[in-house]
Design a binder for this molecule. Structure first.
Ligand code: UFG
Length: 346
């Protein structure tokens, strides 16, 4: 079976995708510099699939090491490129770090692909490229709005770099996946979201607050133009998201793509407010999440949710997990992780 290079494969979406790839019989090599992930994730993957993926501790920005890696694994047929920095606020403070990490890594891969005869790359993009869409749900044809952060800009420019490169070298092809908000964890609770430090994203903050690690959750604004005043997002189970990557890889390897660069929205098609997420989390897990309403967070989009019909029809993929199951899985992972940490400390 083909070998797939998964950059950022020790991370949140990456690790879940490695599991799905292995389950379908693919060989995997993970390249990850562990800047926002932990090597222990390999144990979780191995416990689930029975296979320990090949792992290389390399920063994708390091061209020479990446070149050597491609020489070592000379059977790579496709790349899934997750490795990137992703904290919006941090990107405002450290723009050059974001441009270097996110763009140089992509440029290195695109440069090395023809040298090592790798034709296929899946790119992690984001619904952030749409900004606040004028029409909801948002389709892939919606206009790209000016980015609100250097992070968002790296996703827009990353997409452009791919299009320009493939226009100039038609032997390459790419599938660009625009993620909405991935949440939840593998049903085994062996892998899940594990942010370093104080979480930026909603769900890890919710689970850590429910556990008592944080005093209370801050809800950023209840005066938006939405039914309950809090922001609306399209929350998708990370395993659903991971499965779409396997389908994208298969589509490229089987030469089923309709153009050299294809772009798909990966979402559920359902928008949910912050307050709805908190309430449902409390109900399905029978646990309290103390929260308070605070001021709006700078740069937040008021409401966005996907029209996933293009991915549904073309990829034959649909997000199937229920919100309830997704929120249960997030909590099960947090509890399992806490138990593990306690056991190690005692
Ligand atoms: N939120 C809170 N309190 C928190 C954290 C988040 O109220 O402690 C709210 C946010 O204001 C927002 C919603 O929860 O309304 C979701 O916030 P996240 O930070 O989880 O997700 P975002 O939609 O802001 O960010 C996601 C990705 C980013 C990406 C961005 C682009 O996580 O990587 O979409 O829109 F850049």
């Amino acid at each position: 079976m083909a070998r797939i290079l998964v950059t950022g494969g020790a991370g949140y979406i990456g690790s879940h995708t490695v599991v799905e790839l292995q389950t379908k019989g693919y060989d995997v090599v993970i390249v990850d510099n562990l800047s926002n992930s932990n090597i222990d994730v390999l144990n979780g993957i191995e416990t689930i699939t029975g296979i320990r993926p090949a792992f290389e501790n390399i920063d994708c920005v390091d061209y020479v090491s990446m070149d050597r890696m491609f020489e070592k694994y000379n059977d790579i047929e496709a790349i899934i490129h997750f490795a990137a920095s992703k904290a919006v606020g941090e990107s405002v403070e450290k723009p050059l770090m974001y441009y270097r990490n996110n763009l140089v890594s992509l440029i290195n891969l695109l440069q090395l692909m023809p040298i090592h005869k790798v034709k296929n790359i899946v790119f992690s993009s984001s619904c952030t490229v749409y900004g606040q869409p004028d029409i909801l749900p948002v389709t892939e044809n919606a206009p790209i709005k000016p980015a609100l952060s250097p992070y968002g800009n790296t996703k827009q420019v990353g997409e452009e770099i791919i299009r320009d490169t493939i226009y100039a070298n038609r032997s390459l092809q790419s599938i660009i996946l625009r993620y909405f908000n991935p949440i939840g964890a593998h049903s085994s609770a062996e892998i899940g979201e594990l942010p370093n430090g104080i979480p930026n994203n909603l769900l890890p903050f919710v689970t850590q607050t429910a556990l008592g690690l944080r005093k209370q959750l801050m809800v950023f604004g209840n005066d938006y133009n939405t039914p309950d005043g809090s922001c609306i997002r399209d929350y998708i189970h990370v395993v659903d998201l991971a499965k779409a990557h396997v389908i994208a890889v298969q589509r490229m390897l089987n030469k089923q793509t309709k153009s050299d660069v294809e772009t798909f929205n990966l979402g559920t098609g359902r928008g949910l407010s912050v307050l709805e997420i908190i309430k449902t989390f409390e109900e399905v897990n029978n646990v309290e999440v103390p929260y308070k309403i605070v001021a709006r967070r700078e740069g937040d989009i008021e409401k966005v949710w996907a029209d996933p019909s293009y991915a549904n029809n073309e990829l034959g993929w649909t997000a199937v997990e229920t919100l309830e199951e997704t929120l249960r899985s997030a909590w099960a992972w947090e509890l399992n992780y806490a138990q593990r940490v306690n056991a190690e400390q005692s």
